[in-house]
Design a binder for this molecule. Structure first.
Ligand code: DCP
Ligand code: MG
Length: 604
């Protein structure tokens, strides 16, 4: 049964428009224990029915017929049946738990794996809180379905069939009298089923909204505090919470209407059955023993009838959750391996952009007609105002997003033909807002290398990123935890840890997206000196705002509103008196001069 946990189990293939079929397919690999659980419940039910038949035998034949010497055997029979029932009830519980927890575990693992393989565009448009809620609360509802409802249905059908047959064995008329209200109960259950399904759907939606609000508020807690917007956020949360309360009340109202109504119907049915049975016994149609056995067994007909309705109603929540979870499963993953051009070794790093256009999913173009040519090992600097498309451009290289027009060639081959996995192994990005995990600094730096690295390698990368000494100054050095459970790093320190992480990966193409923006000029110079050696032989893209950072690049691309408005070396660009580059240069030079004068006056 080992195949249950292998990643090859593709839930996407199990999806079905019919939710019950989908759930059934989701059980693959767990059907045997499920059938076992249901059968064990059925056997427990049989022993209960047998107990009632034994009562009938005891009263009519043993006591009534004077076979008193059989009494010890009958007593032994009762004991045996009780043990039998207990054992199978226990087994059934174990197998049901095994089934439900196993399916839920596999589902959670699948979702975790799946969510991180979805495209950047998917994550751009999906709220984290929403995903969290589906991966937890909705999975729980599906778990409950398998734990209680799926085996419950099997048990109920068995209980019903066995006891119905046993009563029919006593008296057929009585058996049919015991189930006359069945259709009424089911029609009622169906009515509530549809109502509760809608109410639950609305409730889950609101819960997701609430969890998204909470998640966003927690991520942005610094902004909230800085702008003293606590009250505004509390009100916003309060409003969402109130709506959840309202929808929760509505859902519970549906439930609390259903139970008493179905109890009344079931109660009337039971009373009617008892009366009919009593009349038959009085008129001698059935024996007293028959009647006692019947009154025990009829409960086990009514109970399943009422509970089948209850299960159907409860299953509505699982069906809603199934829909919500399958919406995630249905999303296609980024095909990491797709691509017909897989070089044996590393790329050389020659990159050509030919009339490249790019738009995000909303359709507005953010890059227009981009053309440039990078030789292997060159350093390319990207400058330009905020929102001009620099990050968007470099994100095309590892195929985080697909360009919408023109061609990008890497070593003469169109980028679309390379598998994403290969590209990402060749390209290292230091993101504009680097993210560090709540793990040790060492783990953060060694992240993504994909092999064991020595301490010396980690130190080397850290030295190159000018962060080694800072790390050593922490109480636990490289074993210091980062983030919520450990030290809080400054923006510049985080950037440098991220640079070290990327350098250790040793990529052929290096992308530094504003990687030194939070670093002071002096530290930046240190990093630059170290990088100079590291950039040798690899194609490097540097996005930066300081002239000092970009002036030594082999080519500088100046962006404005998604267009390249200037390109060339520092000297070439300076010649253009009216160019943006020249203007930026002059402004920055003036600031430098004034700064120096200021420092001199303070010093003097
Ligand atoms: N954009 C978008 N969807 C995204 C990311 C960006 O629609 N997932 C838009 C916002 C901008 C445009 O694309 O209008 C260009 O954004 P960039 O992030 O590429 O801009 P820059 O990197 O040049 O700006 P900055 O210097 O602020 O980093
Ligand atoms: Mg950017």
């Amino acid at each position: 049964m080992n195949h249950r946990h292998t990643p090859e189990f593709d839930l996407q293939e199990t999806l079905s428009e019919n939710r019950l079929i989908g759930l059934w397919r989701m059980m693959r690999g767990f059907r045997l224990p499920y059938v076992g659980a249901t059968l064990a419940l059925g056997l427990a039910a049989v022993s209960k029915t047998a107990t009632y038949l034994l009562i009938q035998y005891l009263i009519d034949d043993v006591l009534g017929g004077g076979l008193l010497n059989l009494l010890p055997w009958v007593a032994l029979g009762f004991l045996g049946l009780a043990l039998f029932e207990g054992a199978f009830t226990f087994l059934s519980g174990r197998w049901a738990a095994f089934t439900a927890e196993g399916i839920a575990r596999r589902l959670r693992n699948y979702l975790f794996d799946h969510i991180q393989r979805l495209s950047f565009s998917y994550h751009d448009r999906t709220q984290t809180g929403e995903l969290l809620q589906r991966a937890t609360s909705d999975v729980e509802a599906i778990n409950r379905f398998f734990l209680q409802q799926a085996t419950g249905v099997g048990r109920i059908v068995l209980l019903f069939a066995i006891n119905f047959a046993a009563i029919a064995y006593i008296n057929v008329q009585l058996a049919f009298l015991s189930v006359v209200s069945l259709p009424l109960l089911w029609v009622m259950s169906y009515y509530f089923f549809t109502r509760i399904e809608k109410a639950y759907e609305a409730y889950q939606e609101q819960e997701a909204r609430l969890s998204a609000t909470l998640q966003e508020n927690l991520s942005g807690v610094r902004v909230v505090k800085a702008f003293a917007r606590q009250q505004f956020e509390i009100d916003k949360f309060g409003a969402e919470n109130k709506e959840k309360y309202r929808r929760g009340m509505r859902l519970l109202l549906m439930h609390s209407l259903y139970w008493p109504v179905s109890d009344i119907v079931a109660g009337m049915q039971m009373l009617g059955g008892f009366l009919a049975g009593a009349l038959m016994a009085l008129n001698g149609i059935i024996t007293v023993g028959d009647y006692l056995a019947f009154s025990g067994m009829v409960i086990w007909i009514i109970w399943p009838m009422r509970n089948l309705g209850r299960l159907i109603v409860q299953a509505s929540t699982a069906l809603v959750s199934y829909n919500r979870v399958s919406e995630i499963i249905r999303e296609d993953r980024e095909p990491m391996e797709a691509g017909d051009h897989l070089p044996d070794g590393d790329v050389r790093g020659e990159i050509v952009f030919e009339n490249v256009h790019f738009a995000y999913e909303d359709g507005t173009e953010v890059l227009h007609n981009i053309n440039f040519h990078v030789q292997p090992g060159q350093v390319i600097a990207l400058m330009g105002s905020t929102g001009s498309g620099k990050t968007s451009l470099v994100n095309l290289l590892p195929r985080f997003y697909e360009y919408t027009g023109g061609r990008i060639l890497l070593d003469g081959v169109e980028l679309k033909r390379y598998p994403r996995k290969y590209l990402r192994s060749q390209i290292g990005i230091v993101e504009q807002e680097p993210f560090l995990f709540s793990r040790t600094i060492r783990e953060n730096i060694a992240y993504g290398v994909g092999r064991q690295v020595t301490d010396e390698e980690v130190y080397q990368a850290a030295r190159a990123a000018a962060i080694h000494d800072v790390i050593l100054s922490f109480p636990e050095g490289y074993n210091t935890l980062v983030g919520e459970r450990g030290v809080t790093l400054s923006g510049g320190q985080k950037q440098r840890v991220a640079i070290a992480r990327t350098l250790l990966k040793d990529p052929r193409i290096l992308i530094l997206d504003d990687a030194t923006s939070s670093v002071d000029t002096e530290t930046e110079a240190a990093i630059r000196a170290a990088l100079e050696r590291l950039m040798e032989g690899r194609t490097t893209f540097i996005i930066a705002h300081r002239i000092q950072t970009v002036m030594h690049a082999d080519a500088i691309l100046v962006f404005n509103k998604g267009h390249i408005v200037q390109q060339g070396t520092h000297e070439e660009l300076l010649k253009d008196e009216d160019g943006i580059y020249r203007r930026i240069y002059e402004v920055q030079a003036r600031i430098e001069v004034e700064l120096e004068r200021e420092i001199a006056s303070v010093g003097g």
